[in-house]
Design a protein around this ligand. Sequence first.
Ligand SMILES: Cc1cc2nc3c(=O)[nH]c(=O)nc-3n(C[C@H](O)[C@H](O)[C@H](O)COP(=O)(O)O)c2cc1C
Length: 384
Amino acid sequence: MNASLDRRFPSAADIERAALRRMPKFIRDYIFCGMGLGGAVRRNREALDSVGLMPRYLVDAGEIAFDTELFGQHYDAPFGVAPVGMGGLAWPRAAESLAAAANQHNLPFAVATFTMSSLEDLRNEAQSCGWFQFYRPNIPEIEEDLLSRAEAAGYNVLVVTVDIPSPMRRDHDIRNGFSVPPRFGLRTALEIASCPAWALAMAVSGFPVFENLVRYIPAGLGRDEAMNFLSDLVTGHITPEILSRLRARWPGTLVVKGILDPEEAVRCRDLGADGVIISNHGGRQLEAAPSATQMLPSIRAAVGPDFPLIADGGVRTGLDICRMLALGADFVLMGRPFYYAVAAMGDKGADHIMELFKAELRCVMGQLGCVTLAELSDHLMGRD
Ligand SMILES: Cc1cc2nc3c(=O)[nH]c(=O)nc-3n(C[C@H](O)[C@H](O)[C@H](O)COP(=O)(O)O)c2cc1C
């Protein structure tokens, strides 16, 4: 790990503080805020904080190993980068930077449908570590084209996100008049001017557009109409019939993201999914939704010991990763922290935060007296 970066940014919390200072308010709100009054974001954090792990010191622990297998692929650690739509707003080419670092660290990187780069370019950066997150277009030709492109680009893992059944109303984005590209009113201009490093980086690279989806936007639409077109395109329920059809269509690994109900996790398994991602979308969809941390034990009990479970939401440290694994997850994703790292440090940030989480994992497993990930659940205590 780079010692001077480590001194400046010894934790994801330090990185987050620095990143939030560097981004204009309308971008900061888009990434940082949750739905409504932020109840689900708070719950994600509080639920993790309440998970105690018992350390054991009088053990003859050997070498710590946290590399792991998921969907037949070997990864260097049990965590990866969650799909973050419009992540390129945090910092230009943030997704490219993270995809390349994920490949170097041998960790998964999930490319969002709403990425500001093309899924083909990001597959080149992430190589076999790339997963493709799929918001299903409700126009059949576009659905098929997106799936064919993902397949042709070489993705094996398709992440079908199911938690955007209806149009979203995020009050901070409405208040800010959030749009892509931004509306340049006086307020936006002042917010941008107060973040000169971000403004310069955007000026150099050009303000990002929906490069992945731009080919599907009908010609002649203005900025707001184009945004509405794209959001309408992917809104709708993924019914069991649609999921079965996608399962039959996708030749590789299919994972369902956004599941919180144990019965729905079982349903996904029975419909042929290879795993589910337990997630409340970083607290961005339903404010009353439970956190993955709260639901993990009952979902694990419902699906049995062997069905792959991935969890996300509020994870900010190696300790949090251990908590999720102890509760029954096989793998953990994080969204915001990775994009904050690039916003705080540029390209170097992607490598630094991956090193940081590995260093924290090693430290926590050492304290617990665990040498393998499988032992973590033996250290789980009752909740506070
Ligand atoms: C700004 C932002 C955009 C997101 N966009 C997507 C998306 O396009 N597709 C998706 O499946 N999840 C999306 N998510 C949810 C993440 O994949 C992940 O579930 C969430 O960020 C985990 O919570 P964390 O940020 O606290 O780690 C987004 C999250 C954020 C913060």
